[in-house]
Design a protein around this ligand. Structure first.
Ligand SMILES: NC(=O)c1ccc[n+]([C@@H]2O[C@H](COP(=O)([O-])OP(=O)(O)OC[C@H]3O[C@@H](n4cnc5c(N)ncnc54)[C@H](OP(=O)(O)O)[C@@H]3O)[C@@H](O)[C@H]2O)c1
Length: 265
């Protein structure tokens, strides 16, 4: 099927890596269904991409911490006659407060947004992908999935789930033409650290640790199309991932406790 007949559903398209995926895939002729909470931003981006590339660009404002959101997105797609060929499960954030001091509703929201909604959307898009014998799914994990956890933060554990789940789905689905990739970026320029409240800390990190979102997106797209189930973009991130993983568990625990810049407050 030519690219211009394919549609990508991108969650978290109102900023950062998700907006970058939207620009990249539209430039490659994909129609888009963009999802996030900030409808004004989605509307602006959709107008920009339709004008620049002539692609169809639908938007659906949703809060993915709402358990009903994944089904509502797919019901909207169904009403509009949109079939999803590419899913970019990107929406996410990290809390920055101690586990015991964080309200359960906030923790449950993180789990719903980055585990349940990610898994449910992947499940919901499969029937039409299987019928076509074609699908591409990119799930946003993180370099954190390869790193020791910081005290009290769920983020590392959540991204570890996404990494493992993506590989598992890829094993099952690749024979049916559906490639699944866990994208594991390191520090990437976006609004992530402003939302997390760690901008001051991360600004002090050396530039070599940072990547532009365009580079992350290009490498992820190449990875999913070549059937690579795990994409760690950038040489420095690859080095970190391959160095930390083989360390003894007790040393990883020590590093997480003493060197992690994101200790919960
Ligand atoms: N930047 C990094 O250093 C980095 C590194 C590794 C992994 N990641 C991962 O990359 C993904 C994208 O992050 P980013 O860096 O692009 O951050 P970002 O610039 O803050 O963008 C996050 C996106 O997620 C959306 N989002 C957040 N909560 C949502 C909710 N409840 N419902 C719907 N949408 C929601 C936001 O849209 P609205 O606020 O409009 O809803 C926004 O579009 C995340 O999964 C993150 O964990 C980022």
């Amino acid at each position: 099927m030519p690219t211009h007949n394919r549609t990508a559903l991108i969650t978290g398209a109102s900023a950062g890596i998700g907006a970058c995926f939207a620009r990249y895939l539209a430039a490659n002729g994909h129609n888009l269904l963009l999802v996030a909470r900030r409808e004004d931003r989605l509307r602006e981006l959709a107008a920009e991409l339709t004008a620049a590339h002539g692609v169809r660009c639908d938007i659906f404002a949703a809060d993915l911490t709402d358990v009903n959101a994944p089904k509502a997105i797919m019901a909207y797609a169904h009403r509009k006659g949109i079939e999803i060929d590419v899913l970019i499960n990107n929406a996410g954030l990290s809390g920055n407060t101690a586990f015991a001091d964080t309200a359960w509703t906030a923790l449950a929201g993180e789990l719903q947004l980055m585990i349940v909604a990610v898994t449910e959307l992947a499940h919901l898009v499969l029937p039409s992908m299987k019928a076509k014998g074609f699908g591409r799914i990119i799930n946003l994990s993180s370099l954190a999935a390869f790193s020791p956890p910081g005290a009290g933060l769920l983020y590392t554990a959540i991204k570890g789930y996404v990494l493992s789940m993506s590989q598992s789905l890829d094993m099952e689905l690749k024979p049916q033409g559906i490639n699944v990739t866990a994208l594991c970026p390191g520090f990437t320029y976006s609004e992530f650290h402003d939302v997390m409240g760690t901008r001051e800390t991360t600004n002090k990190l050396p530039a070599i640790l940072w990547q532009q979102p365009d580079a992350v997106v290009q490498q992820a797209w190449a990875a999913v199309n070549s059937g690579n189930p795990v994409c760690v973009p950038g040489a420095v991130n690859k080095l970190i991932a391959s160095t930390v993983r083989p360390l003894p568990v007790r040393l990883q625990y020590y590093l997480g406790k003493n060197l992690n810049p994101f200790k919960s407050e």
